[in-house]
Design a protein around this ligand. Structure first.
Ligand code: GLN
Ligand code: ZN
Length: 747
């Protein structure tokens, strides 16, 4: 065996799985029909991988929503409140992810978190006192047999017990050591069943090994695997990704794993670790093909690194699952001069194979690849380089300082207590998407499209006024996506037609590609923001996406640093901020939904590798505005409890963030650290169709007010409403304003 991959995308080359599941949610597809479509997709994937020549093919990397959720369900980790109401297995599964509201009860969705440093999200398993960990599911076994029936031998993949422990939520009275014992027992049963099925290799994913690990955690890992691997006949691959395993390397290679999967792309120390020592009897699954970015691999460089290792049992693999890149460049209409630089999932399969071949005998594939890297890809934008070189420390600081601005703005705006607003977008209905598609196909003139957008803006402005929101938004109807929309109006960007990547559940994103130096060609959002403001006497918030998020949700360049790319984008967005201000926009929200995404997994690297430039880049965007211009920012699923001071240093006037799903735990920390920025902790979860009642929102707000001074508190949902249906979006917001009106009377 010389070639392998960690995992493959599952949403379907044309997002078939997404559409099928969404139909199932709407009762337009039966469970059986959904199962059949899923089976078809799995078959296609396995066949594609097999045909590429990659030898070791994963199974159980498929999922209807999330593989962590799959693992929780396999192990019976289902909260009591949901276990009690007896839904079908599939509906229990979806209820965990999306909540359940129906005849049998009203249960919130489980919290969702970013999967390490990616834009993929997992559903956080909850281990309660009553949780009885045991193997109750069969997906992993079924999918192996399904592939086998197609004549394809696969390597089942499962999230490992150690990482599962690290990313789960524990009820207060749960005894961790009992959980560990139960987990070991359950994983033993899984390995036994796989052995009985004659499985040769199993892949146990342990991404948590790339984080900072103390002696206690290392011991925990050791205890688990000493026991689990005792007398195993099956070959176990310990698969790590998203970084290097420097804290636990010595322990890891001594345990009786048959193979160890290491990330050579993000793992800065991986090569050095392996160079020092790697056991001769084990396979090294070298993750050299980047599973997170779309550029071609530089074969010569990769092979030069590996040659220094002198290993016999070397398997070429991907740095992580290919889940994080789109399916294929095949259908993309880029000219060949551009396309040749890209490798999506299918092309990465070929890269893995070609690398293995070239390692044994360097030939024409290697020279062809070398040619790509021998000359510059594009013409540089000297003006942008010049601007970056001329940045002085002063332009990163907004004056007057926060305290002075807060006072000035209070007088200037005179908002009522607990000002209400939304995060920006209103439902993107099918009609809106169809109109955009028609415009693109020239079946609609720009005037007609603009008229349609204007109508929507007017309707929603009226409705917002009617229900009494304080700061209105135009609704973002003209935007397909909060990053793509900006990218399309910046030079230096390229867009795929079908480059979808799963973000959470059925939600996919199509990250644009930063191809060259970035600059703003013309105003981007001014037209619609100014239009909206002209329609009303109330304040309308201008909506922008911040530089760090634009970078983090794009496929970044690999030829310059992330810092440099971000500063280029920051300068472009700064121009936009100033143009909005000039055009009468007094409140500007600069979304940094993805600020935390590229935060290094090791805390020791947080500031030096990331925050030290990411936070200033944000400040650069808004530092030049007037004191009376109020800057908002927004973050989602960002778990910023541990980077609160960095968030305060963004020096925004107001920040709204996700908090509803995670029970507002962040509030304690804000209080403790004397957070200066005014805050709008989301008072309900918009990622689920469930409508929160007035009473529920009231108690959430009361909870917020018990921790945050009322003068600092804003009231808003926890994210934009673009993925919601109109009825639930309206009902929820009306409940929100009703709750606020009642509370204001009590204040
Ligand atoms: N302003 C964006 C919206 O409302 C923010 C989206 C996000 O945070 N992901 O859709
Ligand atoms: Zn958000």
């Amino acid at each position: 065996m010389k070639t392998s991959i960690v995992g493959y995308p599952r949403i379907g080359e044309h997002r078939e799985l997404k559409f099928a599941i969404e139909k199932y949610f709407k009762n337009d597809l039966t469970a059986d029909e959904l199962m059949n479509q899923a089976k078809e997709l799995r078959k296609n994937n396995w066949k594609t991988i097999k045909a590429s020549g990659v030898e070791a093919i994963p199974s159980n990397d498929f999922s209807f929503y999330d593989t962590t959720l799959d693992t929780a369900c396999l192990l019976n980790i289902i909260p009591q409140e949901l276990a009690k109401i007896e839904l079908s297995e599939l509906d229990t599964y979806f209820a965990l992810a999306r909540g359940y509201q129906g005849a049998k009860g009203d249960i919130k969705a489980r919290p969702m978190k970013k999967w390490f440093n990616t834009n993929y999200h997992y559903i956080v398993p909850k281990i309660e006192k009553e949780t009885k960990i045991e193997v109750v599911g069969s997906k992993i076994f079924d999918e192996y047999q399904e592939a086998k029936a197609l004549g394809i031998e696969t390597r089942p993949v499962i999230l490992g017990p150690f990482s599962l422990l690290q990313i789960s939520e524990f009820d207060t009275y749960v005894d961790r050591s009992t959980v560990i014992t139960d987990l070991i027992q359950a994983y033993k049963i899984i390995l036994q069943k796989l052995t009985d099925l004659n499985v040769e290799w199993v892949q146990i994913d342990e991404p948590s090994l790339t984080k900072d690990l103390n002696a206690e955690l290392i011991a925990e890992f050791q205890v688990i695997y000493r026991e689990l691997l005792k007398d195993q006949k099956i070959n176990v691959l310990a698969q790590t990704y998203f970084g290097d395993v420097r804290d636990i390397y010595d322990t890891l290679i001594e345990l009786p794993f048959a193979g160890i999967g290491l990330d050579f792309v993000e793992g800065r120390k991986t090569l050095a670790l392996v160079k020092q020592y790697f056991p001769k009897d084990k396979y090294l699954f070298a993750g050299v093909v980047n599973g997170k970015n779309i550029w071609r691999n530089n074969y010569q460089q990769t092979l030069a690194d590996l040659a220094t290792l002198k290993l016999d049992k070397l398997v070429f693999s991907t740095s992580c699952s290919l889940l994080h890149v789109p399916y294929t460049t095949k259908n993309e209409p880029f000219p060949i001069e551009i396309k040749q630089y890209f490798a999506f999932a299918a092309e990465k399969l070929t890269e893995v194979v070609e690398l293995a071949e070239s390692y044994d005998n360097p030939g024409p594939t290697l020279s062809k690849n070398q040619l790509l890297f021998s000359k510059p890809r594009f013409t540089e934008n000297q003006a942008v380089h010049q601007k970056i070189a001329e940045l002085t420390p002063a332009v990163f600081t907004r004056l007057p300082n926060f305290e002075k601005r807060e006072k000035i703005q209070r007088e200037h705006f005179a908002f009522p207590a607990l000002p209400t607003t939304t995060i920006g977008s209103f439902p993107q209905t099918l009609e809106i998407k169809q109109m955009r598609a028609k415009l693109k196909k020239a079946e609609l003139s720009l005037e007609e499209y603009d008229q349609f957008i204007a109508q929507h803006i007017n309707q929603w402005l009226d409705w917002q006024t009617e229900i009494g929101l304080d700061v209105l938004v135009h609704g973002e109807f003209e935007r397909n996506d909060m990053v793509e929309y900006f990218g399309q109006n910046l030079s230096g960007y390229l867009f795929s037609q079908n480059g979808w990547v799963q973000s959470y559940g059925t939600r996919c994103v199509k990250p644009p590609i930063i191809w060259g130096d970035v600059s703003r060609e013309k105003p981007i959002t001014v037209k619609w923001s100014a239009y909206a403001q002209q329609q009303t006497n109330k304040i309308v918030k201008g909506m922008l996406t911040g530089p760090v998020t634009i970078l983090n949700w794009s496929f970044p360049r690999e030829d310059i640093s992330l810092k440099e790319s971000t500063l280029q984008i920051a300068l472009a967005i700064q121009e936009e901020v100033l143009d909005l201000e000039k055009n009468g926009i007094q409140v500007i929200q600069i979304d940094e939904a993805a600020l935390r995404e590229k935060l290094p997994l090791r805390q020791t690297d947080w500031y030096t590798e990331y925050l030290d430039w990411a936070i200033p880049a944000f400040r650069l965007v808004h530092s030049q505005v007037q004191a009376t211009t109020q800057i908002h920012t927004h973050m989602c699923y960002s778990e910023f409890t541990d980077i609160i001071s960095a968030i305060d240093q963004m020096d925004a006037d107001v920040i709204s963030f996700e908090a509803a799903r995670s029970n507002l735990t962040i509030l304690d920390e804000l209080q403790k650290q004397h957070f200066k920025t005014e805050v709008g902790p989301g008072v309900y979860d918009i990622h689920s169709p469930r409508v929160p009642s007035v009473a529920e929102i009231t108690s959430t707000i009361q909870n917020i007010l018990s921790k945050i001074p009322v003068e600092k508190t804003w009231i808003n949902p926890d994210c934009g409403l673009k993925t919601r249906g109109i009825p639930e979006a309206k009902e929820s917001l009306m409940n929100m304003t009703t709750a606020v009106n009642r509370l204001r009377k009590e204040l």
